[in-house]
Structure formats: C-alpha cells, structure tokens
Write a protein that binds this ligand. Structure first.
Ligand code: TRP
Length: 547
C-alpha cells in the first residue's frame, strides 16, 4: 500500500509549527464560543470543569495527534491505514458496543441518534480504525460550515465598525442591531462567502506560504489588544459582579449537559478529535520537540480563552446584559465597551479584524483536513480539492446562516430534521455545533487516545516523541519538579515515573474513561447529584414540546 510519496512539504521552522498550531487552536472558539457557553452554563463552575478537561484529556490527546501525524507523515485517514493491524479486536468490540448503544437509544425513542450510532458502529466494525480518520473529515465539513458563518458575522462587524455603525450606548440597541444584522441574508450569507473565499485562497496556496506567514505577525497583536480590552472592562463601574460570575464556581449551576459542553469545548478549542493536529503534525520535522510544542499550544490557547472571558464578563454585568444571551454575546457586549473608549470605532475595527484573522488561521486548519484527505488518499490536486470543498462548505454554511435567525425560511429542511431527531434545537446552526463539538470530537479524541495507547502502543509512540525530546522519557517527574533534572542520581535507567509513563497512563486509562463518563452523564445515565424528590424533566424539552 506504500506508494512512493512526493516530498512532503514541511514547516519552515519549529517556531512556525508552534505558531501555526496555536493559530489553529486560537480562534472563535476562544473569543466567541467560550464566553457565550460559559454564560449559558453558569460561569465559574463550568470554567473549572473546562480547565480540568484541558489538563486531563486535552493535553494528552494533543500529544497523541501530533505524534501520529509526525510518525506517519500522512493525513488522518492515511495515518490510521498505515498503523492499523490487519484486524483489530478492539475495533470490533467498539463497533459492537456502539450498535448496542443504538439499541438502547431506540428503546428510549431517540430514533435519529439511534440511526447515527448504528451507522457509525457498523462502519467501525467493518472498516476498523480508518473510520476515525474519516469521521474527522466529516467533522471538518460540519464544523467549518457553521464556523464560517460566525466568522462571517465578524467580517461584517469589521465593516460596520469601520463605518462607525457600532456605537451602541446600551444593551437593547446592541441587541436589536445584532438581530437585524444576522437576519439579513445579504449580510449573513455575503460575509460568510467572503470568509470562505479567504480560507480557500490560503489553503490553495499550500501550507507554508499560506498558513505559516499569517500566524506569525498577527497572533501576538491579538494578544495585546485583549490586554487593552481587559483593562477597560474591569475598570467599568459594576464590573465586579462579572469577575465573580466568571471566576467563582457555583456547582449548583452545573448540569450533565454543561459537563459535556465543557468537555466538547476543550476539544473544539484545542482543535482536537478530528485529525487537524494529525495533519499539522505530518508537516513537522523529526528534530522538533513535539512535547514542548503541545504544551505551549495548550497553554496559549487556554490563556487566550481566559483573557476573553475576563474582557467580556465584567462588561456583561456592567452594561446590563444577560450572560445567557447565546451566540450573539460578544457581538452585542463588545461594541458597548468600545463605545466607552476614546477612539472607539478605531479599536472596534482593529479588534474585529484581528478576530477575523484568528478565525482564518483556524478555518484553514479545518479546510486543510478535508483537503489533505483528498490530496493524500484520493490523489486529487490540492487546488481542485480546495475549491470544490470550499464550495460545498459554503453551501452548507449558507443554510446555517439563514436558519440561525429563522427556521421558517427553510421549512422543508426543518421538517426533515424534526422527523429524524425528534426535536431540533433552535437552528441547523446549533444542531451542527452540538453534534460535531459535543459528540464527534470527544468520540474522535477518545478513539485516538485508545488507538495510540492500546493499538499502536505507547512504546512505539514514545520512540517517536523522543526524536527532539529526549527528556520526555528520561527524566523522573518527581526529580524534575524538585529541580533535580540534571542530577545524575535521579536519571532513570530503572523504571520510574517519567513524563512518558505518566502520559501513557493518561491516554490508556484516564482520558478515555473521562470521556465515557461525560457521555454517560450527559444522557443522564450517571447522576452525581444527591437524588431529591422526582425531579421535573429538563426545561428545554418542555419548551420544545410546548412549541
Ligand atoms: N480551535 C479553533 C477555535 O478555537 C477551531 C478549530 C480549528 C477546530 N480547527 C479545528 C475545532 C479542528 C475542532 C477541530 O476557534
């Protein structure tokens, strides 16, 4: 199966890789999505669960993906093809398990989900691990189609800010303007088109020239601007309530769904679970320290998310918004903050422009996964693949853009989804986000860590990581923490706790089990709260039925 490969493009420098990976991770997930789902899920406690997911699951899985990519020098599907055994009992068991789950879902009347689980289960049973790669390509499509819509809103807000049309003094003016903006197909679809076109243009030109150059200059600038914004926000009168909401955990506000969302968002924000980091890893050189790279990307991404929260929540409370506003949160809150600053329109334009660029460096990583599959596995030319799938994603995203303000614009599609899924959340937009972020990504991430930990094997993985990162398997963790890293007596010819062994334990046991627990918790199978009198059904379903 090993065809001779064309010389594979590589990042120009190690620094370039870290920046590109950080560019993929840092995007709308940090600045737009993290604040709004934190607001919807009660604040501090959600943030804490999110951070826990980053450390326990995100970082170990990140290292899995980059290692798989660099070792195989292939895109996800190719990587799994290359490393899968002829026939895998584990894959058979997982496939069978999913079909069983489908049966359960059937009994509970969740027909759409049952069909989905059965389909995935059967394909896993038949095709084995390659399905994980294929699932990633599918997730890439799905995510980019709603991602690009939100990125389009940001493009629109750059234009509006530059024209001085974002000078809102209070929450209701900002809310009305946002509502009108997204309900206008010309703006919503037009801006979505602009963003997709930019993505296609960059990916079309290849990894190094396109992706790497952009990330280098503009990411640091975004960072600085966030600092300015935080200073402005926390000095607004009444900001304290927002800081408290964001940073002090109240666990009574946390739900099973909230836990799953925090987990899903950890994957989303780090660009994990669908092979983006496998793909980016496949362009990395052998001398690179990929452990340090994973750590850096994870820390930077988390930092930017926390900074965005600190910039937004104080303003939410100071300006009289509701934290539960939903996807429009930052588009409504931030203009009112800029309005309070000297040179408001200038700062607003610059900020939304930088967010567009952060979104671009993420969007291209999603498109790159789809493209790399068709280039590596189907022998398409890079140019054709980019243009064709950019177009397909534009069409799917166009439906999202229209449905987000009004389902009635697409009655046929609405009815179809209703029959399949029983209830459809507010829009196609939410549906795609929910399926991809909360289910596909965690599932993908869990399977990737099981694959590396149990099928390919930690032993081989660690040989790969040690290229460029000797210490990973040599240094005793306890000695390292004690500052005895170079002390000969603590180097480990014997078996001790090294970073490598710690990582092995995480990817073999802790991460997969944690994802499983979150899944079971989300479907109310596992209930951690002390049981009270029979609780009423969750309000969301009641509301759905009342409609
Ligand atoms: N991580 C990006 C963000 O936070 C979005 C993203 C880019 C992504 N590539 C991905 C999400 C791959 C999941 C998988 O905005």
């Amino acid at each position: 199966m090993d065809q001779p490969q064309k010389a594979r493009e590589h990042w120009a420098s190690g620094f370039g890789f870290v920046l590109a990976a950080a560019g993929s991770a840092i995007g709308l997930g940090n600045i737009w999505k993290f604040p709004y789902i934190t607001g919807e899920n009660g604040g501090g406690a959600f943030v804490l669960v999110y951070l826990l997911c980053i450390v326990v699951i995100g970082l170990p899985v990140m290292l899995c993906e980059i290692t798989l990519g660099r070792h195989t020098q292939r895109s996800p599907v190719g990587a799994f093809k290359k490393l899968s055994p002829e026939s895998s009992t584990v894959a058979h068991l997982i496939g069978a398990g999913m079909v069983m789950t489908a049966l359960f879902l059937l009994v509970f009347g969740r027909y759409g989900w049952a069909a989905l689980a059965a389909l995935v289960g059967l394909t896993v049973f038949r095709y084995g691990w390659v399905v994980v790669g294929a699932m990633g390509v599918l997730a890439g499509f799905t995510i980019l189609s709603f991602y690009s819509v939100v990125a389009g809103w940001t493009v629109g807000y750059v234009v509006k800010a530059a024209l001085g049309q974002l000078a809102f003094a209070d929450s209701s003016a900002a809310g009305d303007a946002f509502g009108q903006f997204i309900a206008s197909p010309a703006w919503a679809v037009g801006c979505h088109l602009v963003f997709m076109a930019l993505c296609v243009l960059i990916v079309y030109n290849g990894v190094q020239k396109g992706i790497e150059r952009w990330s280098k200059i503009l990411m640091p600038l975004l960072f600085l601007l966030l600092v300015v914004l935080i200073v402005r926000a926390v000095t607004l009168p009444g900001a304290g309530a927002g800081i408290r909401f964001f940073l002090s955990p109240d666990f009574s506000k946390l739900t099973g769904e909230g836990v799953l969302k925090a987990l899903g968002h950890a994957f989303f924000s780090l660009s994990l679970g669908m092979g983006a980091m496998i793909t980016y890893g496949s362009y990395v050189d052998k001398e690179e320290n990929i452990f340090l790279a994973s750590l850096t990307v994870t820390v930077l991404d988390t930092l930017v998310a926390l900074m965005a929260g600190l910039a937004i929540f104080p303003a939410v409370f100071a300006m009289g918004f509701q934290p539960t506003q939903g996807p429009g949160l930052i588009f409504q809150v931030l203009p009112t903050v800029f309005h309070r600053m000297t040179w408001g329109p200038f700062w607003a334009t610059l900020f939304f422009l930088l967010v567009v660029i952060a979104a671009l460096t993420s969007g291209i990583s999603l498109l790159e996964v789809v493209t790399a599959y068709f280039v590596d596995e189907r022998n398409w030319s890079r140019k054709t693949a980019t243009v064709v799938f950019g177009g397909v994603i534009f069409l799917l995203g166009g439906l999202c853009a229209v449905s987000v303000s009004d389902w009635q614009a697409l009655p046929g599609l609405h009815r179809l989804l209703l029959t399949v899924f029983g209830n459809v959340e507010d829009s196609l937009f939410d549906l795609l986000d929910n399926v991809a972020s909360n289910w596909l990504l965690p599932l993908g991430g869990m399977l990737i860590s099981i694959f590396v930990g149990w099928i390919w094997g930690t032993r081989k993985a660690i040989v790969e990581i040690r290229h460029g990162s000797q210490n990973f398997a040599d240094v005793h963790v306890i000695s390292l923490m004690a500052g005895l890293k170079d002390d000969e007596s603590h180097n480990s010819a014997v078996h001790v706790l090294t970073l490598a062994s710690l990582w092995g334990i995480f990817i073999r046991f802790i991460s997969p089990v944690a994802v499983l627990i979150a899944f079971l918790h989300a479907i109310n199978w596992l209930d951690f709260k002390p049981r009270k009198a029979p609780s009423p059904p969750p309000p969301s379903e009641q509301q759905q039925e009342a409609r």
